[in-house]
Design a protein around this ligand. Structure first.
Ligand code: PLP
Length: 405
């Protein structure tokens, strides 16, 4: 029998965070080895649990959540989301502007599919959260990466953004706070994005899933708030701040002039209706999550667990000779640099694999995030301080061998 065909549309689609290295780690675990996993942005394995009131609320609603819901999401959730944005000053966002999905992931691919023609270019940050690049490619678009500047808090290099706009550019993706760098963008950067979008008639796709995870007084500003006159898609959800990625609840809010977005909304509604609806029990958690006390605040303030873990990880990584790390102002990751003079790796995937095999610790290689050089890796700050200390000790021991070569 000839092998089953597989689609060439996936030829350039990559998502290495769950690729061969994770499989190698799983194989080692199956053989009984204990791996320190500093690779995935999932709070659950590290004892960072969803707030009890939200879980109880979801259980309470389980019986009412057996049927399909409206394709855009249940009314109470969409009302709560629009009211949340209104309290943040985005007065124009109403219930009709909200689409609820199975996590932001589903909405990223759905919103791009509804938007792109073959060959349309989309500007995406480098480094990026790789789903964005994959989804643009799957939708027939061409991802074009703009650089973020490590020497300037990992903020986007706006000259590079401007230089990469062509007549085929249709949209710019912003990830703020950023995965994997932890950057939180100041107002002037957002205003510059809005200016470019205005000048070149571009749509802004703003991934704000880490909006509530900021440190040291860094303030997250919604892109939509500096571009009320432009079509902006704002993405967020329950996976990170509410520690429930497995429940799959995310949303997108469409802002900007309604006449300009009317036809696009119809296309998106069509795609939303093709998949019937998002997971209904998790939609019931949205209203409770957004209202009332926000326990994530306790984790990110000084003395809070995430704050302490970020401080410790950043300090210890910076103590390794030839390693430098910009402190994250937000999100749950660090993106340290390996000085190429000290560690002349040509293949960072191999570096991560060797580190895994030698020291039983799993991190993610920088090129998986479309960073152009093999000189960075992503380190997740969700594990406990003891695990972080142990992880950095192992990385340091591994790198010491290279320094002596
Ligand atoms: N956007 C970014 C920047 C992420 O880091 C992630 C997950 O890590 C997602 C989107 C996907 O989130 P969700 O669980 O809502 O699908």
């Amino acid at each position: 029998m000839r092998p089953m065909q597989h689609s060439s549309k996936l030829q350039n689609v990559r998502y290495e965070l769950r690729g061969p290295i994770l499989h190698a780690a799983k194989k080692m675990e199956a053989e009984g080895q204990r791996i320190l996993r500093m690779n995935l942005g999932d709070p659950a394995p590290f004892g960072l649990e969803a707030p009890e009131s939200i879980v109880v609320d979801m259980i309470h609603h389980l019986r009412d959540a057996q049927g399909y819901s409206d394709s855009k999401g249940i009314f109470s959730a969409r009302t709560a989301i629009s009211q949340y944005y209104q309290t943040k000053g985005l007065m124009q966002i109403g219930v009709e502007d909200i689409f609820v999905g199975n996590g932001v992931s589903e909405l990223i691919s759905m919103t791009l599919q509804a938007f792109l023609e073959n060959g349309d270019q989309v500007l995406i940050p480098a480094p990026d959260y790789p789903l964005w690049t994959a989804s643009v490619t799957l939708s027939g678009g061409t991802p074009v990466h703009y650089l973020c500047d490590e020497a300037n808090n990992w903020w986007p290099d706006m000259a590079d953004v401007a230089a990469k706009i062509t007549p085929r550019t249709r949209a710019i993706v912003l990830i703020n706070p950023n995965n994997p760098t932890g950057a939180v963008y100041p107002r002037h950067i957002l205003e510059e994005f809005a200016r470019l979008a205005r000048e070149h008639d571009l749509v802004l796709f703003s991934d704000e899933i880490y909006e509530k995870i900021t440190y040291d007084g860094a303030v997250h500003i919604h892109t939509a708030s500096v571009a009320p006159d432009l079509p902006v898609l704002t993405f967020s959800g329950l996976s990170k701040a509410y520690r429930m990625p497995g429940y799959r609840a995310g949303w997108v809010a469409i802002s900007g002039p309604r006449t300009a977005t009317a036809a696009y909304r119809e296309s998106l509604e069509l795609l939303a209706s093709l998949r019937l609806c998002a997971n209904v029990p998790a939609q019931h958690a949205i209203q409770t999550s957004l209202g009332g006390y926000q326990s994530i605040g306790d984790l990110v303030k000084p003395g809070g667990r995430l704050h302490e873990q970020r401080d410790l990880a950043c300090r210890l990584l910076n103590e390794i000779p030839g390693v430098s790390c910009v402190p994250a102002a937000g999100a749950m990751y660090l993106f340290p640099k390996l000085d190429p003079q000290v560690y002349p790796f040509v293949n960072d995937e191999q570096f991560v694999l060797d580190l895994l095999e030698d020291q039983k610790i799993l991190v993610s290689h920088g090129t998986a995030f479309h960073w152009p050089a093999p000189d960075h890796f992503r380190f997740v700050i969700l594990p406990s301080v003891d695990e972080i200390e142990e992880a950095v000790r192992r990385i340091s021991a591994f790198l010491a061998v290279y320094r002596r070569k």
